[in-house]
Design a protein around this ligand. Structure first.
Ligand code: SME
Length: 152
């Protein structure tokens, strides 16, 4: 998707999600709403959802798309984003050492940390695409804005 079109789409989505989340008093409800809106509005999103931090491992939360790994531990992009406390864009998953393939159709990926009010990483938002090189700084910028809405 071209940069201008992508940006316009995200600006409308942010407003829509913000509006919907006002009515959600619960973190699971908010995560579910975000995943559902994103998968329906962004056509290059193949899998989209959350993994929650549980000690040294991650447990899948609300998501949309094909069935995914329920527990991630030891390696992978999601765990790396938690450990590095930053968004990770992976243009080609086959080039990321330790990448965990929940579905072999996923070829590129972005993982965005979700932080609580104290700034601790409590979860990640993971988005996969069936094409390589789908995600860039525009996705990172707006997905970070969207997950900031989860702050309690
Ligand atoms: N690829 C991720 C695992 C989650 S699935 O993509 C849904 C990882 O390497 O952590």
């Amino acid at each position: 998707m071209k940069k201008g079109k992508k940006e316009g789409r995200y600006i409308r989505l942010c407003a829509q999600i913000e509006d919907l989340l006002v009515k959600s008093p619960d973190q699971t409800a908010r995560m579910s709403t975000i995943a559902a809106v994103l998968i329906h509005k962004m056509e290059y999103f193949f899998w989209c959802g959350f993994y929650r931090v549980d000690g040294q491992r991650l447990i899948v939360g609300p998501y949309q798309g094909p069935p995914a790994c329920q527990i991630l531990e030891g390696r992978g992009v999601c765990l790396a984003a938690v450990q590095q406390n930053q968004t990770i864009v992976v243009p080609d998953v086959h080039q990321f050492p330790g990448h965990i393939a929940c579905d072999s159709r996923s070829l590129s990926e972005i993982v965005v940390p979700v932080r609580n009010a104290q700034g601790e990483v409590i979860a990640v938002l993971d988005v996969d695409s069936k094409e390589i090189n789908s995600f860039d700084e525009t996705d990172a910028h707006y997905l970070e804005k969207i997950v900031a809405l989860l702050k309690d």
